[in-house]
Structure formats: C-alpha cells, structure tokens
Design a protein around this ligand. Sequence first.
Ligand code: SF4
Length: 360
Amino acid sequence: MQAEELAYYPFISEASTYVEHLGISLGSLLNSRAYRAVRTRGIERLKEALEGEIKKPPISGEAQVLSELLSYPFARILVACVDDQLFTRRYALAEAKAAYTLLKNENPAFLLKFGEEFGIPAAFRDSYFNMHFTDYIRFSSSMKDPAWKLTNRQFRAGEVKITREEFARLLEEAIRERIEQSFPIPEIPSEVSDLCAPYIAEIKDQFEVQKKKFGATDFGAIEPKFFPPCISHALANVQGGVNLAHSMRFAMTSFLLSVGMLVDEILNLFNISPDFDAEKTLYQIEHIAGATGNVYKPPACDTMRTYGNCIGKDRLCERINHPLAYYERKMYLKNREDEKRKEEQTKRKKERKKEERGEK
Ligand code: SF4
C-alpha cells in the first residue's frame, strides 16, 4: 500500500512495519518538538474517540501522512497509560468505526486484501462477497439487527453471500477486536508514563466528563463477580432465556449502564431473550442511558423489595441500601487488596535491585 493509504489504516501490520522503518525513537515521539503536531493529533484522536467518532480528513503531503501514522502509536501509549477497560473499548470502537466509513467506499480488490490481513479470506463474485460461514459467525455475532442472523442469509456450500458494505462492517468488527485485544500493554516504563502524565491528565478529565454525561460512575473495569445478588440473578435469567419483569429489566439495565457497560453490550445480553426485539430493546436502553436528556439511576433496595426484585440477599446486603453501593463496596475492597499487592511487589523489586547493587 502507498503511505497515504497506510495512514488511513494505521493499525494494520504493514503500517507498523512502515513506522518501524522510520527509525524514530520513543523518546523523540514523546518529547521532541519535531513531533509536537503528531502528539496533538494523537490527543485529538482520543478526544474524538470519547465523543464517539474519530474524524479522518483527506490525507495529503508527507507531513500529514507522518502525523496520521505516528499519532496512532502515540494515542495507543496514552490509552495504555490511562489503563481503563471502558476507555480502551471506546477507543477501539471509534478507531474501527472511522475505518468502516472509509472501507465501505474501497474497491473489492482492496477489501479482499484487507480481509486477508485479518485472517478473513473471501471471494468476490457477481458483485457479492462470499466468505466462510465460521468467519461470518465470528464477526457478526455481536450485530443486533436480525438481518445478520445466519438463518436470514444466502448460504451455499459453507459460504455466506454478503454485500460490499456488509463485508466492510465485518471488517470493522475485526479491527475493533484487534485493537481491543492489543491492550493492556504489559510493562509501560515509568519514564514513559512520566512523559505522558500531562496528556493523560487531560484525557482523563474529558473521560470523566463523558462518563458523567452517560451516567457511568468511575468503577474502572467491570467486574460481574461483584454484582449484587439481585442483578446477578437477573443476568443469569437473561442468559438462560428467561423473560424479566419490566421493573427488573429497568433495574438491571440502569445498573449495568451505571457501572460503565456500553449500550451495545447490554443489547447483546438481551439478544438471547425469547421476546428479543432489537429495535425496541435498543430504544429502551438508550432511553435509560439518557438519550432523551434524563439519565436514569437504578432503583434503591427499598424499591427493589417493593417490586419483588430483591432476590438472593446476602450479608453485605444488610449493610447497604442501594445495589450500586453493594458493587462499590466490593470494588473498594478489591482495589484495596490490589493496591496492597502492588505495594508489596514494588517493595520486593526495590529490595531485589538493592541486593543486585550489593547494598544489602
Ligand atoms: S438488598 Fe439490595 S443489593 Fe441486595 S439483593 Fe436486595 S436489592 Fe439487591
């Protein structure tokens, strides 16, 4: 691919190789005045991702190509430093959506090559793409529209026939998955996080604003094992295909939104219910998430009891009066444990270094 094309799709392996060959050190990327525009674009990428859409302007000229290509690894370093599952998911989704906007207008030969990059072989015949049904299922399983169900597709000799736009949409899923799964980046050196600190602070501030807008509390990564018994019970029912009463549906949805789950993810949970109606469910979830201006909070334990939704009460339930307080308490205890463990690890590392230097 030409450098301009790589700049539109900086997450593909050819783009990484291109960047590697430029021989720019990480220190220069993070610190040098020469790459200030790159860092500005990287932050812009993340801010746009938080707002839902990374804009891809037409790219021309060496400077812009470089800025687009290098701003991607820079943005990734910041995502790794922010180290928040919800933020990572938002970023991966926004990068993938931006790519889809471009991909749906690419020619079939380009899309076939792009598919290979993601391990999705396909053929283009009679104006349609044909792909193996296992690849189709893998990347379409999260799609909410019933049109994506295998039973609603033209299916022959193990292959599914899809349009160019649909193939591009499946590629979007593959991109989202690749970016999301490339995090967390295991060891970020402390010098790197120190250099990134001012940018991280700026991004975190905007992330907080966005979370408040959508009613999500800062619980960090979602930990279903810490959900209160009433919500775990409702989730198990949904997963088992049991219909929930309207009041429990509302309580569960507003709870999941409050702990940071995305609308699409909740929609997929309901996708198994016998009365699943994608459009209606999406409308309900978005309504609770505040699409009409009101962000709905989950009901307190008293209200849950009134509607018969307080199921499986345990000892912690005796000490709280809201399902979110239950989760908050469990997360607090877990974070305290994690902190202790981290402190001990750092202490041990320091002692080991001292020993190595012969100071002990
Ligand atoms: S006491 Fe509250 S948190 Fe516990 S199960 Fe009942 S409603 Fe849920």
